[in-house]
Write a protein that binds this ligand. Structure first.
Ligand code: ADP
Ligand code: ZN
Ligand code: ZN
Length: 818
């Protein structure tokens, strides 16, 4: 009998693809294993087995697979169920989910590049012929495509062998976005075996009495060895004994100490959870914990609504502990931007090496390590902290999911598909595992609070800060008046300048928030009015002073800023609006003595850059931190007593139905950074519109009032959470074709859905990377079937694609867009 497998290919195909396999292969193959398959004319892909059967495909001849890659499934059946939900819900293909879900290193294909790992010198006698040939070729060439390797070896089936080489770390994947993986090396020292006996040891110490410094080092080494069960690093010994590196070196040279280089697993924590890290919950925290536990007995999802600094993290920790006792796995999701070393350190200090971190800035190899540890249910990955992509890990015993800062919009993936919301996808994942979910926030999303109101989610509330610390005082500063009376100092009101001076005089720290990076978003000629635009996008170029550049924040285009206007040649260029760079500049003149740091996308590009700035600020290496929304996230600084919002209006006036909700969240969160210790903090909000209801609600800390007001608007205009929305974007490089196609699509939708359709309209930035964009919103009342609605939309798309000149228009669905 002929055997076949249906596989998921990591490309946007509407259907599974069928290949034929030998009888032996059919016997060993299981759902979730990888196979190498040919596709198209000459491509090779890594595909995932979905089903093994004996029905030949009807419309094409099944090709043979090249080879089986795995001996055991890499992906669990439950994961595949989850992917299928995701593909249906977010209107994308299973292949797109597959590609997003697994680390790239698992998906070798003909177009992948590999490099030699320069940190590993393999023993040539252990290499087989193929490995030797590949490594030799990589001596002469920096990198090879998988298809090149195929040619060199004259073999179609190279993926399993390359996977093995990757596993042995002989080769690396070429990663353009990620830093190369360098195994972290640790220099350790230990006493030479010949001094292990007591006699030899006392003789040695006796002999060293003439070299007291060396003797001192040895005594410290014994002490360290007595308490730690692990190898002692040279640097640790040096710090502890206070000796110079020279002293240790001479001990090594004399043969008293032995040196060893060890490769350490960079993800695991090498400290220990100590009893000093244990803490007691306060009464209100304990009460809340009990409430959550009770709620979780009847509800799958419970919202922990706790004001900033109420100690949500501590409550999570106690809850996690309960699930660890039952040997369950715990997933702790954080928004990308808040993945701070601060929180990771706190959890590691408590749970030691049970904590693994999964992060898109990590290299492929690091992600592969975590994946395997989770799949094997290793204790060193029992708790996974990560950004949204960590929900794709192969959990087998998931018991609890915590989604911290659940209101954050960075949980939503914009591009590419699947355009999923990690909070919602994690709740579905938890349902499949019969696991529980805690959503945490000081400023819950309207969606989650609505679900609490409906009785769908449980609720726990903490309205006090830990340790009786007071919430900061929030003051609105009217800059309309001040500007009119010309009493602004650049972008600083007198009030703000005064408070900053006083805070600095007390040796305390300041955070200033401006939601825009660069120096100014617009450069304009005062003579002719020309303002440089991006040639690829319909947006003006932002001026970056440090690099003397004009940059597009949508496509990355940049050019040098000329002294003269490019249109009329006058040297009368002026800027409009302001970003973090300009605030930093103004601070240098206003407070020449103060040390200023800046945190935005431009200063946090590298893997560790973000952590470095936070660390330096926490260590008081600078006094004022200027930043974009990055500074608003769950950071816990001890010495910040003043927070200044440079301009609240730009947030409030953002053209989006969530702008007010988001302003409330952002302003409340950034305010929460002030005064986290005994002394009451202060927040100054500069605005042209101090009577704006959202600002009033922020000042009063009145979440309920914000919720009620926004909900009535959402109901009235049929926006989430009372309605579901799907945003359909159409893109094309030709303006007229796009317009025509979008009108057609809009009409077809309106025929079915009538007034539920909004648009097509151009978004605020109507062209990005030379693609014109038009958007259509579909508003779907709660009682209308989402599934049928999506089917109707898909049917319309099929007719649309049947019109040949529309086919080149890209159609992108964003379900529950954020
Ligand atoms: P939130 O996440 O709610 O903003 P955190 O969990 O960051 O609050 O807590 C705020 C601060 O209070 C942190 O520095 C934390 O270590 C401290 N804290 C909170 N609860 C306790 C507790 N029970 N024992 C000791 N410290 C606590
Ligand atoms: Zn000009
Ligand atoms: Zn651009």
């Amino acid at each position: 009998m002929q055997h076949f497998i249906d596989v998921i290919l990591p490309i946007p195909l509407e259907k599974l693809f069928t290949y034929s396999v030998s009888q032996e292969a059919a016997k060993v193959l299981q759902k979730g294993m990888r196979v190498a398959v040919p596709f198209g004319k000459s491509k090779i892909y890594t595909a995932l087995v979905y089903e093994i059967h004996t029905d030949p495909p009807k419309v094409y001849d099944a090709k043979d697979i090249h080879e089986v890659i795995d001996a055991l499934p890499l992906v669990t059946p439950l994961q595949i169920d989850h992917w299928q939900w995701m593909a249906h819900y977010y209107m994308c293909t299973l292949g797109e989910v597959f590609r997003t879900a697994v680390p790239g290193a698992f998906l070798l294909e003909s177009e992948t590049f590999v490099l030699k790992n320069k940190n590993i010198l393999p023993d040539e006698s252990l290499l087989d012929d193929a490995e030797f040939l590949v490594l030799e070729a990589l001596e002469h060439q920096e990198s090879l495509k998988i298809s090149d390797v195929s040619a060199i070896l004259d073999k179609k089936t190279v993926l399993p062998m390359l996977n093995r080489m990757l596993g042995k770390k002989y080769i690396l994947l070429k990663e353009t976005l990620h830093e190369q993986y360098k195994p972290k090396q640790l220099r350790t020292v230990r006493l030479h075996d010949q001094f292990r006996s007591e006699g030899a040891l006392s003789a040695l110490l006796e002999e060293l009495s003439r070299a007291p410094k060396q003797r001192e080092v040895l005594l410290h080494l014994f002490q360290l060895q007595a308490t730690a069960q692990k190898p002692i690093s040279a640097s640790e010994l040096q710090t502890r004994s206070g000796a110079s590196s020279g002293v240790i070196k001479s001990l090594v040279e004399k043969g008293i100490l032995q040196e060893q280089m060890r490769t350490i697993d960079r993800i695991i924590y090498d400290g220990e959870a100590t009893s000093t890290n244990k803490f007691q919950l306060s009464n209100f925290q304990e009460a809340c914990l009990q409430q959550l536990k009770l709620s979780l007995t009847t509800k799958q999802v419970t919202l922990l609504h706790g004001i900033t600094s109420s100690g949500k993290t501590e409550v999570y920790i106690k809850l996690i502990e309960e699930y660890l006792k039952e040997e369950k796995q715990v997933l702790y999701l954080l928004p990308e931007i808040a993945l701070t070393t601060q929180l990771i350190e706190r959890l590691q200090a408590y749970f030691g090496e049970k904590v693994a971190v999964f992060h898109s800035k990590y290299s492929q190899n690091e992600r592969v390590e975590v994946w395997n540890n989770v799949l094997q249910n290793e204790s060193k990955a029992q708790i996974v902290i990560g950004a949204r992509s960590s929900l794709f890990l192969p959990f087998t015993k998931l018991g609890l999911v915590i989604i911290d800062e659940e209101h954050e919009n960075s949980f939503k993936q914009y591009d590419p598909a699947p355009r999923y919301h990690a909070r919602d996808a994690a709740i579905v994942l938890a349902t499949l595992h019969k696991a529980k979910v805690i959503l945490g926030s000081a400023t819950p999303s309207l969606e989650s609070f609505y679900n609490v109101q409906k009785g769908k989610y449980g609720y726990g509330f903490m309205d006090q800060r830990y340790g009786g610390v007071q919430l900061p005082e929030i003051e609105l500063v009217d800059i309309k008046e001040a500007s009119r009376k010309k009493r602004m100092n650049g972008h600083f009101s007198e009030r703000l300048v005064k408070e900053i001076s006083e805070t600095l005089a007390l040796k305390e720290q300041v955070i200033l928030f401006q939601n825009r990076r660069g120096y100014a978003p617009i450069v304009e000629c005062t003579t002719c009015g020309h303002a440089p635009q991006c040639p690829n996008c319909d947006v003006s170029l932002t001026y970056h002073q440090a690099k003397k550049q004009l940059r597009c924040h949508y496509c990355g285009y940049h050019m040098v800023l000329e002294e003269q206007c490019m249109a009329c040649g006058s040297a009368t260029l002026d800027t409009k609006g302001f970003g973090t760079e300009q605030i930093e500049q103004e601070l240098l003149t206003l407070f020449p003595e103060a040390k200023v740091g800046r945190m935005d996308l431009d200063t946090t590009r590298g893997k560790y850059a973000y952590g470095k700035i936070i660390g330096a600020f926490a260590q008081k290496e600078f006094d004022i931190l200027v930043g974009t929304q990055m500074v608003t996230k769950g950071l816990d600084f001890r010495h910040v007593n003043l927070v200044g919002i440079m301009n609240a209006d730009s947030l409030l006036n953002f053209p989006d139905f969530r702008a007010h909700e988001r302003s409330y969240q952002l302003l409340t969160q950034v305010s929460g950074r002030a005064g986290r210790t005994e002394k009451r903090g202060m927040v100054l909000v500069q605005t042209y519109n101090p009577f704006h209801s959202v600002l009033q609600q922020v000042v009063a800390g009145n979440y309920r009032a914000m919720y009620e007001e926004q909900m009535s608007q959402r109901e009235q205009y049929h926006y989430p959470p009372t309605n579901k929305i799907i945003k359909i974007s159409l893109k094309h490089k030709d303006y007229n074709s796009l317009n025509e196609a979008a009108t057609w699509f809009g009409k077809a939708l309106r025929n079915v859905f009538g007034a539920q359709i909004l648009g097509p309209e151009f978004p605020p930035v109507a062209r990005i990377r030379n693609q014109y964009i038009k958007q259509i919103l579909v508003k779907i009342p709660r009682k209308q079937s989402l599934k049928q609605t999506k089917n109707s939309i898909k049917r319309i798309e099929n007719s649309f694609n049947a019109i040949s000149w529309y086919r080149s228009v890209r159609v992108i669905y964003d379900v529950d867009y954020f």
